[in-house]
Write a protein of this length. Structure first.
Length: 551
């Protein structure tokens, strides 16, 4: 096997681009995949993020192009617009001296510019499955001459529900094409795709770290699925959290969790693949600067996230693959610090928890949630501690003067102290009561009180039914325009909260939110549009009155 890039039979223009970047030796995944792809073999590359997978498929893809032939020869599928843009940047970097043309397409953007670029001609198309199919159905994307298809982050695409779209796209390409699947994990659904659409594939698996850091405390709490957000808010009040990451499966859930935490006084923002790169960078900057204490994200959005001072990692949803658990919790307990990894486990998640325990070769003990009484006691003790600090300091001269005045008016000293403590409690404690959580063991008797409906868990590799509405080719959504944007300090949580509270629309059904400098586009189901537009008054959002119209 080659030990340097110069030993690889790559086009001289690619060798020059590699030298321009200062690279000399390929990474293990590059060393394994590049020769196989250059030979025309179908491959499955399994390696974690940050191991050089993009160059491993980008260099052979570029090498095999007949630049300027006027047809699409390379197709790269990605789960998110962010990853599509990253792949495109890599193709531009490595193909700088080849002058290969690449077009990037993804949802959430106007069709016109993308169609215009495709009609000008391109060698490679990079995009998300939904928008690629839309463009193919419009007759502006022809995949009949594709020589190489790459599925990047294939496991994430399947977990987001793109399996049918992937098959549609693969069937639109020639049967003689070369196919490469790049993935951090290899679930059953990917192996089934390999069997159907690859010819004698070579599987290259890079060794991965299985253990978790010794300084990380692992534990789980058994709760019903519909109680997870309530349980999370209890834990945030009970834990000494400085900065935290919360992982959820879907963008809907990240927004819901971030909103719930923010409402209880914990500055939180969501981080998911539906965000623009600019919005992502802005959220990360606020987190690093301490303006946010919590990031709530999906795995695909958090890939590449490198922040050292995370004290807690919460799994709102357990990952489908044990390896993902290791990478999630590995973001705490760094640089000699201790960290805490807490998982919320629904009854149907128990087998998944056991698989994770076997994989990391250690137990993840269960713990009871803090009760409402526990949290009320903590609130009271915190108030007593704050009062004790000022009693020891003895610097309350102005306040003693106020008390003397109240006593002179005939009030009892103890009554004045009690009233003062009540005012202090109301000013400092969370405004909302402790969120109720139903014990998992509790089963209502037949004919008894109604039990809150538990949301059905989606099968591994498939999204919740409601989450399918948030793909970039949903034709039942209508785009509305709001006269507010980044310039006014608006965030998705402001929009979701206001539309839900004032427009009579469930927050969970709101789709894509695209915030621009002075306006915002929001996708809502067509069945709710008239209700949203019928409100006679502007919507209050972040101390601003916002009008909503059809886009």
């Amino acid at each position: 096997m080659p030990t340097s890039f110069t030993a690889l039979p790559l086009h001289p223009a690619l060798q020059q681009a590699i030298a321009d970047q200062g690279y000399t030796a390929p990474t293990p995944i590059q060393e394994a995949l590049i020769p196989l792809l250059l030979e025309g073999r179908d491959v499955v590359g399994r390696a974690q993020t940050g191991t050089g997978k993009t160059a491993a498929f980008a260099l052979p893809l570029l090498h095999q192009l007949n630049v300027g032939a006027g047809v699409v020869q390379g197709l790269v599928l990605t789960p998110t617009r962010e990853l599509a843009l990253q792949v495109t940047r890599a193709l531009h970097t490595y193909g700088a001296h080849l002058r290969a043309r690449t077009v990037t397409v993804y949802g959430g953007q106007p069709y016109g510019p993308q169609i215009k670029q495709l009609r000008r001609g391109t060698d490679v198309v990079v995009g998300t499955p939904g928008r690629l199919i839309d463009l193919m159905e419009r007759g502006v994307l022809d995949l009949g001459h594709v020589q190489t298809v790459v599925l990047d982050e294939a496991d994430e695409m399947l977990s987001m529900g793109f399996v049918d779209d992937i098959e549609t796209l693969l069937q639109a390409t020639p049967s003689t094409r070369q196919t490469a699947f790049l993935s951090a994990t290899l679930p059953k659904a990917i192996r089934q795709l390999c069997t159907r659409y690859q010819q004698d594939p070579v599987v290259c698996e890079m060794k991965h770290v299985q253990a978790t850091a010794d300084q990380i405390e692992h534990r789980h709490h058994l709760v019903h699925q519909h109680d997870k957000i309530a349980a999370l808010t209890r834990l945030f009040e009970a834990e000494p959290i400085e900065s935290a990451l919360v992982f959820a499966h879907t963008r809907d859930r990240t927004d819901a969790v971030a909103l719930a935490l923010t409402e209880r006084g914990y500055p939180a923002e969501s981080l998911h693949g539906g965000m623009s790169q600019q919005a992502r960078e802005r959220v990360l900057r606020r987190f690093r600067d301490g303006q946010l204490s919590v990031l709530v994200g999906t795995d695909v959005a958090a890939r590449g996230l490198d922040i050292d001072d995370i004290t807690h990692v919460f799994n709102h949803d357990l990952p489908r693959d044990p390896e993902v658990y290791v990478h999630r919790v590995g973001r705490t307990g760094r640089a000699g610090r201790t960290g805490t990894a807490i998982s919320l486990v629904a009854p149907h998640d128990k087998s998944r928890l056991r698989r994770i325990e076997r994989f990391i070769k250690q137990s993840i003990p269960g713990r009871p949630l803090p009760t409402a009484e526990d949290l009320e006691a903590r609130r009271t003790q915190a108030l007593v501690d704050r009062v004790g600090v000022w009693l020891r300091r003895g610097r309350c001269t102005a306040e003693r003067t106020l008390i003397d005045g109240l006593v002179a008016e005939g009030h009892d000293v103890a009554a004045v102290a009690a009233a003062a403590l009540k005012v202090a409690r109301e000013a400092t404690e969370p405004k909302q009561p402790v969120a109720p959580v139903q014990p998992v063991e509790a089963r209502p008797a037949r004919g008894g009180g109604k039990r809150p409906p538990a949301r059905r868990a989606s099968a591994p590799g498939r999204p919740d039914r409601r989450d399918r509405n948030h793909r970039d080719r949903d034709h039942d959504m209508v785009t509305l325009k709001l006269n507010t944007g980044h310039a006014h300090g608006i965030h998705p949580k402001h929009i979701v909260r206001s539309l839900a509270e004032n427009g009579g629309i469930p927050g969970r059904v709101i789709g894509r939110i695209d915030i621009q400098q002075h306006h915002t586009h929001v996708d809502v189901p067509a069945s709710y549009v008239d209700r949203v537009l019928a409100q006679p008054k502007p919507y209050p959002m972040n101390a601003r009155q916002v009008t909503v119209d059809r886009a």
